[in-house]
Design a binder for this molecule. Structure first.
Ligand code: PHE
Length: 350
């Protein structure tokens, strides 16, 4: 798309057939202008490895902006293992894939460090770390900062408060209704935390097995399609990206959107459609930064978890600034966020 073509090209992209697994291992280093590139390792199914490459390119570029907006001295990268349709590797096959990933990352000599993402978790980081030191979020017992998803969720809650303050004039969540779409590692934490505020909840996941999580949170269980179009104050996308499109936006009944899913807009033009409909969209690159903020604070900057938590909650101020700039300039939050990120990257380079 035009979005990608207008971006400066990536610094380094590796596509390699894993020597052990035979699977396509894709590592995209978008930028190291501010420092080491960071971004998670995604194990996901794609029709073709080229689709995995497209995803890696987009996700890694978004990580550069995410790091810049979070004020981190890091650039963006991403790893994608493009799984053929069928099962998800486990046991010895999974180890083989992760060692292949570790070897590619080792070959980059520290330009890029990985972490957990869709399809991977802290234990997988231990396996990758058998081949390279550049893996964040190993379990605390293994010397890492542990699962990043609770911290990402804390950042999402901070963002939701800031969003509600801007949209509804109060940061309180108890009187609001939310539709949480996706109850994976991050979404399930977000749902539980929202339940703790007394908010009215609707929830969904492609996997019916997650229904118990919704029941426990007192959330009404609906289909993913009905969750997307639920009549609520705020939609919280917490599954895969690309859900906001020219086709889905006209059907939305929420008045605001903020969630941890990466790359929620299919193309940047969709931000204008949301704007025209008067739906306030909090850019995912701001909302989802809690995981990287916590992991880098603890593992790179040797801060305590409490110090890191203060930084994670800083997402609220970052988002407020962006939403206010957007309002003052009549631009979309997406444009305000990108502008801010580019500014930070330019300043950081100097
Ligand atoms: N999945 C995380 C993200 O998209 C990636 C990550 C988390 C990387 C923690 C490093 C440390 O932001």
């Amino acid at each position: 798309t035009a979005d990608i073509d207008s971006e400066p090209m990536h610094e380094h992209v590796v596509v390699r057939r894993g020597t052990r697994s035979g699977l396509p291992i894709i590592v995209a280093v978008h930028s190291t202008a501010l420092g080491q590139a960071i971004g998670g390792c995604r194990l996901a199914h794609y029709p073709h490895w080229r689709d995995g490459l497209t995803d890696a390119l987009r996700l890694s570029a978004a990580m550069s902006d995410k790091c810049a907006l979070a004020g981190l001295p890091n650039g963006g990268g991403k790893t994608v293992v493009a799984l053929p349709t069928g099962g998800t590797p486990d046991g010895a096959t999974r180890r083989a894939v992760l060692h292949d990933v570790g070897d590619v990352i080792a070959g980059l000599g520290g330009a890029y460090a990985t972490g957990p993402d869709v399809g991977t978790g802290p234990d997988d980081m231990v396996t990758i770390a058998e081949r390279t030191p550049y893996a964040f979020c190993r379990p605390v017992a293994a010397g890492g900062s542990g699962d990043s998803s609770p911290h990402t969720a804390v950042g999402v809650l901070a963002a939701l408060r800031a969003l509600c303050a801007e949209r509804f004039g109060s940061a309180g969540l108890s009187a609001r209704s939310f539709a949480v779409l996706g109850l994976g590692r991050v979404g399930s934490h977000v749902l539980r935390m929202l339940a703790g505020t007394g908010a009215t909840l609707v929830a969904s996941d492609l996997d019916d097995g997650r229904r118990a999580l919704a029941d426990a949170a007192g959330a009404a269980w609906v289909t993913p399609q009905n969750c997307l179009t639920a009549d609520v104050d705020v939609l919280v996308p917490a599954a895969l990206g690309g859900l906001l499109t020219a086709n889905s936006v006209p059907k939305l009944r929420c008045t605001a959107i903020a969630g941890p899913a990466n790359n929620q807009l299919d193309t940047s033009a969709t931000a204008d459609l949301l704007h025209q409909r008067g739906i306030l969209w909090a850019p995912d690159i701001v909302v989802s930064a809690g995981g990287i903020i916590h992991a880098t604070a603890v593992e790179l900057h040797r801060e305590t978890s409490d110090q890191a938590a203060v930084r994670v909650r800083g997402i609220a101020d970052t988002l407020t600034g962006i939403l206010r700039t957007a309002r003052a300039t009549g631009s979309t939050p997406a444009d305000a966020a990108r502008f801010r990120a580019c500014q930070r990257i330019r300043d950081g380079r100097r």
